[in-house]
Design a protein around this ligand. Structure first.
Ligand code: SF4
Length: 312
């Protein structure tokens, strides 16, 4: 929950989540819709889906996995989380390498291999494993992370107070500022989406996003155009708007609303169509009372857009 989220904001989510799901069994028994609704606003919804799927896997297994391999097999658990949980909770001798550890090791040993490359991952994982005291793996992992978070910080590390300054290669060679090295990747893409809020006698058309795209399982208003993904209807008809003419007769409420995701920027337009009759929409759209929209989990972008729709 705290990834990309401030503690003050995350705390409320955590408490609400724990009140509703006090045990793994309670989480496993919930519907995905309910889990997403409680997560709404935190972003990165795949984490909520993974947490839910992991709870179901743990319940099916009958116990919480206590090995790196067992933990790694849970949805959403990668090398770092598996090693951190295994070492801290179960005393397994596994090195957990997070951003702090990359920074400390690269500075102390003067390593300029980029930390976000396969070669870098291998090299730092091997070094951390070599340094790990097998009987105190959890303590070592936590100490290294804390050291990176409090002393060997990204900016202005406190080298004068550092207990390992004497053996620090980066300090000796004046390279503290330039380490760790990270390759800059320019992969940001722009995706444009045009939504139409179609309203008819107090009802609104919404649909659930498909499995193979961003915001999987979340709800949104009618998508007239999406240059990142053509709908089946669009591809079949060859037009940009499956419901012919709807876009041109709608009122533009917001243009180029910007939403930043990890590797792309979404620019969204929102239109409003107040119609006397329900237009025929693709089969995955539902008509729901406008007053019940809060019951459906939505992306943060869609939340922001819906706040712009004038109430009737
Ligand atoms: S001397 Fe400075 S750069 Fe080197 S490990 Fe200590 S805090 Fe980090």
């Amino acid at each position: 929950m705290l990834q990309q989220t401030r503690v003050e904001q995350g705390r409320d989510y955590w408490q609400r989540f724990l009140r509703r799901f006090p045990s793994v069994e309670a989480l496993a028994a919930a519907s995905e819709d309910e889990v997403l609704r409680l997560w709404q606003g935190l972003g990165y919804y795949s984490r909520a889906r993974n947490l839910h799927a992991a709870a179901r896997q743990v319940v099916a297994l009958g116990h919480f996995p206590d090995t790196v391999e067992g933990l790694r097999a849970l949805p959403g658990v990668g090398d770092y989380t598996a090693a951190a949980v295994a070492s801290m909770a179960f005393g397994v001798p596994a090195a957990a390498v997070d951003g702090n550890v990359y920074r400390v090791l690269s500075r102390h040993y003067g390593i300029s291999t980029a930390i976000n490359t396969t070669e870098g991952h291998r090299l730092f994982a091997a070094l951390a494993a070599e340094l790990l005291p097998p009987r105190q793996a959890g303590t070592f992992n936590q100490a290294l992370m804390d050291f990176g978070a409090t002393l060997c910080t990204p900016r202005t590390p406190r080298c004068t107070e550092c207990p390992v300054a004497e053996t620090c290669v980066a300090l000796r060679e004046g390279r503290v500022e330039e380490l760790p090295v990270k390759l800059v990747r320019h992969t940001t893409q722009v995706r444009r989406i045009k939504y139409i809020f179609i309203r008819c006698s107090g009802y609104v058309a919404i649909h659930r996003r498909a499995d193979d795209d961003i915001w999987r399982g979340l709800w949104e208003p009618y998508v007239a155009e999406d240059d990142g993904k053509k709908t089946a209807e669009t591809a079949a008809s060859g037009t940009s708007d499956p419901v012919s003419g709807l876009l041109s007769s709608s009122v533009l409420l917001a243009h180029d609303v910007r939403h930043v995701l990890t590797h792309r920027v979404i620019l969204a337009d929102l239109y409003l169509a107040d119609t006397a009759e329900r237009p025929s929409l693709p089969s995955d759209y539902l008509w729901v009372p406008e007053s019940s929209l809060d019951d459906y989990a939505k992306s943060r972008l869609v939340e922001r857009l819906l706040a712009l729709v004038p109430k009737v």
